[in-house]
Design a protein around this ligand. Sequence first.
Ligand code: SF4
Length: 368
Amino acid sequence: MAVGAYEVEEKVSQVDYEKVVKDFGASLIDGSLAKKLDHPLVPEIFFAHRDLDKILANPDGFAVISGRGPSMNMHIGHLLVFKFVKYLQDKFDAFVFLPFSDDEKLLARGLKIEHVLKMSYENLLDMLAIGFDPKKTEVMLDLATLKQEVYNLAIEAASHMTLSTVKAALGFTDDINVGVHFYPAIQAAHILYPTKKLGVPTIVPIGLDQDVFVKLTRDVAPKMGLAKPGDILSKFLPGLTGGKMSSSRPETAIFTSDTPQQIKKKIKDAFTGGLPTAKEQKEKGGNPDVCVVYKYLKVLFGIDFRKQCRSGEYLCGDCKQVLTKHMTKMLEEHQRKKIEAEKNLEKFSPELGKLRDKFGKYKQQSEK
Ligand code: SF4
């Protein structure tokens, strides 16, 4: 099972997380660390780390950074991570940095600037709808307003990264453009910028597949006279079809912009651990361990139907109905907050605020 920054194999339910963590050289979050974080998804989803214990003990606090590659609309897996980041901001009074790897989407995906800016606008509203504190949050947009300090950090980081290290870490071949090879230096600059600016270490909540960027940054940080960043690694939330959740395959994900009809249809078609007939399932029970509906109910809404599933008391239609109800309510509320968030856009990003006339459909809707 391969887990890498540009490739995660399809069967996410088959990932041996303990083995991957061991192979990566990270550590599992133990009981004492979980207690300090005190979050319902630790350690079930946010399960491993690098140096989290040391960074939590830092008397001057720490910053949190979590980036977004704005290629498409955000889905519920993204929302989960940014809600966790907001939780860390509140619990530890931490300054949060939200860098957008918009430039990387041009390099690695061949997207156009116009599209990436539109998605940055949309994705930032999704983040702001979660309620980040404008006094303790900095949004970083490479294509619109790359800071001189970030560029300088990227150049310094690049001077300590060899091409062979980057190629080995990310599996790049010579036919990939030179910008993609350089991009780990930009990622390192994003991650190290809070430390350079505030003088405190940084924690990066990040998907397991992106850990390699933190690892590369940790290698160069001491050479740049900066504290090594730590991270909190998350497991993959499975996609609706049972494999990987992917923005580029709409059938695998529920997007924050989905309508109630789309949500209902997607959940109706979701992969479950049910049996072919209702009769069989009532007799033998279903399998929640492979069931996407079970996982979403538990992770996103804290509802555990394991007993009812195993005993055959509930059939898949019952669970899907409950999930549809909760998901619709959550996303309708989120979409309402997005409309509100657009009013405060300039507080977080004056540059994206200037694009309101072009992309600002939420404001127009709210004014109707
Ligand atoms: Fe999943 Fe519910 Fe069906 Fe069990 S009964 S397999 S939990 S949808």
